[in-house]
Design a protein around this ligand. Structure first.
Ligand SMILES: [Fe+2]
Ligand SMILES: [Fe+2]
Length: 481
């Protein structure tokens, strides 16, 4: 696969062979940069950040680190290599050749799937745009920007698909992706979690742990798609997503570690008097971000999900991984689950398997979420502190699906609206909690130093120490744009 790094848009998709497409994307590029300057990280566009840039899709391409100004980052279009004679691997079209063009019958659905994925990418950059101003260390500041530029690249990956395969409609969608704004009343981003403010670093770490992980599962199911260009785009995006979740998991873990250290220094004392983040506030943040991320999986019993699977657009997690599934039709099988009947009653139901595809994906997600939580709990246990972080029940604090807007507590018990309203502050951060967290958010921009509410990472990045100069600030005092 030829990698072209020197043209305006770095790519491995042979862009220079398709002049019309190249012109259209080159016309979109300045709009993207305008959006980035407007809605990207505020205050750091002239600084040199130690970033990893994708220069190819092989393992060597991943080792490319250098100091670069974010607006000069080389956002490119990279797909994993084309496999000869790829087939559709599940659903009613199983065994037929994979599509390298949009199948006419599924044009609308595919466009919707791609636009919904694409919309989350710029949304998260918008949500995180002020966090640099209160970064706990240069190392963290750099990680934030790495996540941000890669979300920008994911947007490029999706806009490429829209431009190449959806003609004028696709180009219009490409423009709209730069117009919607996270949290805007008139023109919000498409999905709920991507309109939630990320006001502090504990939220950022929870978001990259829980919400980027939803991204992982959505991308993984699209990486199975019979629409081959989408599958190959998503495969490559998944490799970048892994770093985002690493930032989240280690971030929360370092906060927990610091809290435990402070608790041990002064047993029985309120950890806030020492500037730490209490474990029960961390639990509240986990409750919030886990529940809003669960909402992203869509309805538990979904005809759309069934149709996408039947057509071969969206598979199960690791659908084609050897040994995972013996059967790829998912016919004549059911998924047993429970459903609310009102006033706290529930009933057992059987959802036809294809209609339960969102649930299947969500189950995989939950198991994956739990793994990091277990590792966090080990940090607490090692410190000899009696506390456990727990993922709340799928019923708790939901806004989508069959459990939405009902008074279930984090253990999944029905407690009635009045008790729920009274106790919600025990489970989701109160105004006072978030104000306390906000009071801790003071920037530390000195090499090798760190804010008092979080422990330093065990190692730095790419063989560098924690005391490496991950960000070189511009000398120009007027450059804080
Ligand atoms: Fe992304
Ligand atoms: Fe991400």
């Amino acid at each position: 696969m030829r990698v072209d790094l020197d043209s305006k848009i770095p790519n491995n998709v042979g862009l220079s062979d398709d002049r019309k497409l190249q012109r259209a994307l080159e016309a979109w590029q300045p709009n993207f940069i305008n959006w980035w300057m407007d809605m990207g990280p505020e205050g750091f566009q002239m600084d040199q950040i130690y970033l990893r840039t994708a220069v190819s899709v092989d393992s060597k391409g991943w080792a490319h680190f250098e100091h670069v100004k974010m607006p000069d980052y080389r956002w490119g279009i990279f797909l994993t290599p084309n496999e000869e004679e790829k087939l559709i691997n599940f659903g009613d079209n199983m065994g037929q050749p994979a599509w390298d063009k949009v199948p006419g019958d599924w044009r609308t659905e595919l466009r919707r799937i791609i636009v919904t994925q694409a919309d989350t990418e710029p949304a998260s950059v918008e949500q995180q745009r002020l966090l640099g101003q209160c970064a706990p260390s240069m190392y963290d500041l750099r990680n934030l920007f790495q996540v941000n530029v890669e979300e920008g690249r994911h947007l490029w990956a999706m806009v490429y698909l829209l431009h190449k395969y959806f003609g004028r409609d696709g180009r219009e969608e490409g423009e709209d992706l730069l117009v919607r704004r996270s949290g805007n009343v008139d023109s919000p981003r498409i999905l709920g979690a991507f309109n939630e403010p990320i006001a502090d670093w504990l939220s950022f770490f929870c978001f990259t742990y829980f919400t980027d992980r939803d991204g992982k599962y959505q991308l993984a199911s699209l990486a199975e798609s019979g629409f081959d260009p989408l599958a190959r785009s998503c495969r490559f995006m998944l490799t970048e997503e892994a770093h985002h979740m690493f930032v989240g998991e280690t971030g929360v873990s370092r906060v927990i570690q610091r809290t435990c250290e402070l608790m041990k220094e002064a047993p029985g004392e309120d950890v806030t008097t020492r500037g730490g983040i209490p474990l029960d506030i961390i639990q509240k943040y986990v409750n919030r971000w886990f529940s809003v991320s669960m909402d992203l999986f869509g309805g538990e019993d979904s005809s759309n999900a069934a149709a996408y699977f039947a057509a071969g657009l969206k598979g199960r997690f690791n659908e084609t991984k050897p040994g995972k599934y013996a059967d790829h039709l998912a016919l004549d099988q059911v998924y047993e689950t429970q459903k609310p009947k009102g006033d706290g009653a529930t009933e057992n139901v059987e959802v036809p398997l294809r209609r339960a595809m969102n649930l299947l994906l969500r189950d995989e997600y939950k198991v994956d979420c739990q793994k990091g939580v277990d590792r966090w709990n080990k940090v607490i246990k090692r410190a000899g502190i009696n506390f456990q972080i727990v993922l709340p029940s799928e019923r708790f604090h939901r806004n989508q699906g069959m459990w939405a807007n009902q008074p279930w507590d984090p253990s999944g018990n029905w407690i009635g609206q009045e008790a729920y309203d009274k106790r919600i502050g025990d489970w989701i951060a109160t105004e006072a909690d978030t104000q306390y967290i906000a009071s801790l958010m003071k920037p530390v921009y000195e090499v090798g130093k760190i804010a008092p509410w979080i422990a330093p990472p065990r190692t730095g990045l790419n063989g560098n120490g924690f005391d490496f100069e991950y960000v070189k600030f511009s000398d120009d005092p007027y450059a804080r744009i």
